[in-house]
Structure formats: C-alpha cells, structure tokens
Design a protein around this ligand. Structure first.
Ligand code: FE2
Ligand code: FE2
Length: 491
C-alpha cells in the first residue's frame, strides 16, 4: 500500500487524502444522521400523526416514507456542511456537522410543537439560522434554515386530513424567509445587542408575505392578524433563545465565535493575568503582536478578532520557564551557564508546553494549534550559530536546532508567525532610516519563505505582500518612541 502511494502523483495523493478524510468524517457523523432522523421522525409521529397506527402494516409505506425523507435531508445536510467547511479551510467538518445537526433538530422540535399546539405560523425556524450564523457561517446557516423547513413539510405532508397543508407550506415559506432575511442583514461581527435588535426588526419585513399567503388560502381577516402575530412571535422567541443557546453550544463545542474571542481577549482573563505577572516581557510582546496580527488579518480578509486572540496566547508556553526568554531577562541570563543544545531544547519546548497549557485551559482548537505552529520548523538561529562556533570542524546539522513544527496550517497562523518574528526582531533593534526599516522587514519575511514555512497553509504571495505592507505602516505607530528633549537641547 505504501509503495502504491509513493507511485502516485501529488494531485492523486491529495485526492486520496481528501477521500480518506471525507469517509472518516462521514463515519464520525453517521451516528448523528441516524439519531437525528429517528428523533425527528418519531417526534413528528407522536405530535402530528398517530404514533401507534404508524407502526401497523397499513401505514408501513407512509412511515417508511417519513423515515427515508428525513434521512435523505440529513444526508444533504451532511454533504453541504462538509463541503462548506472544507472549502472555507477554517472549520472542522465533523464538529460543524454535529453543531448544525443539533440546531436543525432543536428548530424542528420547536417548530412542530408550535405548529401543532399553538398555530401553524408559530414556527421558530430562524433559530437555527441565528445560532449557526454566529457559530459557523452564512452558508451553513442558510442550508440549515432550508433543510429545517423541508423537514417540517415532510412531518405534515402525510397528514392532509388533520392540517391544512397549504397553510403549513405558507408558514414554512414565511418563517424560512424570516431566517434568510436575518442571514442577509446580519453581520457576524455584530455585538449581542445589535444581533437581538436586528433579529426582532427583520421579521417585520416578512409580515406582508404572511398576510398575502393567508389571504390566498381563503382565510378570514382575523386569521391574517393572528398569523402575522404568531409568525412575528416565533421569530422573537428565536431571538430570545439565541443568546442562551449560543452560550451553551460555544462551551460544549469549544467554538471561537466573536463573543468568546472578545471574552478571551479581556486582559483580566486568568491566563493573561498570569502571563502579565510571571512573564511581563512576553506579555508586552504578545500585546504588540496582537495589534500587528489584527491589522494584517483585516487587510487580507481574515477574522481580526481571531488573529488578536491567537497573538495574545501564542507564547503562553513560556510560562513554564519565563527567564529563559530574552524579553523577560534583566541582567541574569541562564543560557550563559548552559550548552547550546540544552538552551535550544528549553526554548523550542515552549510551543509544545503552550499547546498543553492551551488545552488544559480549554482554549479554542484554532488557538491551541497556533500555540504549536507559530514557529513552524524554523531553526533557533542564535544558538545554532553559538553551537557552530564551538565546533572545531565548523560543520553542524541544523535539524537538531529547529522547532518541532508543524508549519502554520492556516492564514492566521502564518500571520502570527510573521508578526511574531518582526516584533521580536524590531524590539531588539529598530533601524533608524525608513529604507533600512523596510528592507529589514522584507528580509525577515523572505527568510521564512525561503525556509518553506508557508508551504502547508493557503496563504498566497499576494497575501504576504499585503501583510508586509501593513506591518511597515502599522509597526512604527506601535513602537512610537518619545522625543528625547534633552538630546534636542544638546543638538
Ligand atoms: Fe513563540
Ligand atoms: Fe512570540
């Protein structure tokens, strides 16, 4: 098998790996697909149909139809979420699917309950849209909204005698439109209050549609008012349920949505407080890297909040032995008493310890990965040169003096690597002239490219050029030095 893989071209290898990843993810999610299918179908039989009658021979075909319909919709949901997640390169397909699955089931249960117990227009289908828009993204939220609507239609389609199917379809259309409208109008970076206000205002736009569809179905004017009220009420209920559900799910699935990122960026967070007191130099360095990374992420269309948060935590591994890092030293340097090999192992281990500490503190997986990846497989140049100077023959393999990797896997990880390298270098020495300063930044980034540190992430040369330009513009304002008035007087 290994020989077979060796013979394949790079494209074929990538296809083989992609196929393996797809089937592994499908295996992890299949239980969710089956459980969701059974839960929703049994619930609809209980609420909409005749539960005991459904399992007789006479109803076997209809009941099978319900199960097959729900199963097919869940399969469509899986393929859609998987494809969006892989294409975005940011999500984790199985986690995204489980999360979407949970939200579709919750929306479905509430909608079927509302439609059977209150009014056919009491379907809070926009709940899944609101939550998934915040936790995953627009496309997944839209898909979940449509799939929830189709599942509700499947629940009622086999019971034409009990429910007015035309009204059910009208309700699903209006409530799905409410969700789609929220999806269109909302911005993922809205604060919680804006999110709530928008989710309460946008259903008003759907009300004329509710009135029109109710009129077409031949209902009386009083029904129009009631249907509008129930439809609006369902959307308001979705908006009120949004915050508690997001808070619960972001904790369970450990998701780095903007609410969670802003909480993690709060400097009173215990881990950041510990960094400030035990490794003040590293803490200051992380804040500056945060400013640079945020500007770079905005410039290339990545999430600036994620970049800032990852920068704040990227060096937490230095908490294990802060004094071994130059930014935390004053006069005493413990490396003076160590051979270069030991110094290198002390320094390089901060990525591994950072990963462990981030996991222990339940930081989002994106940040855990960046703690490990932000130095890639680059060598620790100073100690390599020191070891080389001690060798008599002047020949030394560099691989024992490098970080263990992996290389950055995402654009944000690459941004952190670049911002980190430049901040550390400029802290040590800030050139006096503009030309020298720009040349130094270009050289530092080009060195990383030559070391092939960005080979495993989707960053382009265009992105790197924008990042360089952004840092050249932003860094001087961060490293702004006060004017030396005494020196001016002397001059
Ligand atoms: Fe580091
Ligand atoms: Fe750093």
């Amino acid at each position: 098998m290994i020989d077979d893989i060796k013979d394949l071209s790079t494209v074929e290898k990538q296809k083989l790996i992609a196929r393996k990843k797809f089937f592994a993810c499908f295996g992890q999610c299949f239980v969710g697909i089956v459980v969701a299918t059974f839960a929703m179908t049994l619930f609809s039989l209980f609420m909409v149909g005749d539960f005991l009658q459904a399992f007789t021979v006479a109803s076997a075909a209809v009941t099978t139809g319900r199960f097959v319909g729900a199963f097919a919709m869940m399969l469509v949901l899986f393929f859609g979420v998987y494809s969006f997640s892989v294409r975005s390169g940011k999500g984790k397909p199985s986690r995204d699917f489980w999360l979407t699955c949970v939200m579709v089931v919750i929306s479905y249960l509430l909608s079927v309950t509302g439609a059977t117990k209150l009014s056919v227009f009491a379907m809070p289908l926009s709940l899944s849209t609101l939550v998934l828009l915040e936790l995953i993204g627009r496309r997944t939220a839209t898909l979940a909204n449509v799939i929830s609507g189709v599942l509700v239609i499947i629940a009622f389609v086999f019971e034409p005698a009990k429910f007015d199917f035309g009204m059910i379809v009208s309700s699903v259309i209006c409530n799905c439109m409410g969700g789609l409208l929220i999806n269109f109008l909302m911005n993922k970076h809205f604060n919680r209050l804006k999110f709530l206000i928008m989710s309460m205002v946008s259903p008003l736009v759907v009300q004329p549609l509710v009135a029109a569809l109710t009129l077409v179905s031949g209902a009386e004017y009083i029904d129009i008012a009631w249907n509008m009220l129930w439809c609006y009420g369902a959307n308001v209920a979705a908006a009120l349920l949004f915050l508690p559900i997001v808070s619960i799910l972001e904790g369970i699935f450990n998701i780095a949505d903007d609410f969670r990122l802003s909480e993690l960026c709060n400097l009173s967070n215990p881990l950041l407080k510990r960094l400030a007191s035990e490794a003040p130099g590293t803490f200051n360095h992380s804040l500056v890297v945060g400013n640079l990374a945020e500007a770079c992420a905005s410039a290339i269309g990545e999430n600036p909040n994620m970049a800032r948060c990852a920068a704040y935590y990227h060096d937490i591994g230095k908490l294990k032995a802060p004094l071994y890092f130059s930014e935390n030293q004053s006069s005493y340097n413990p490396h003076d008493e160590l051979i270069p090999e030991v110094s290198v192992s002390m320094i390089t281990s901060h990525t591994l310890f950072g990963e462990i500490l981030a996991r222990q503190n339940r930081l989002p997986s994106e940040i855990v990965d960046i703690c490990r990846q932000h130095h890639g497989t680059a060598p620790v140049g100073y100690f390599y040169r020191k070891a080389l100077s001690l060798k008599e023959d002047g020949d030394l393999a560099v691989n024992k003096y490098t970080y263990s990797g992996p290389k950055p896997q995402t654009k944000i990880a690459a941004i952190i690597m670049i911002s980190d390298t430049i901040e550390a270098a400029m802290r040590a020495y800030m050139p006096d002239t503009k030309e020298e300063y720009e040349a130094r930044i270009n050289r530092l980034v080009d060195e990383k490219i030559e070391m092939r540190q960005f080979d495993e992430c989707p960053i382009t040369m265009g992105d790197i050029a924008i990042i360089k330009k952004t840092i050249i513009e932003v860094l001087p304002s961060i490293h702004h030095r006060r004017v030396d008035y005494d020196k001016r007087k002397k001059d």
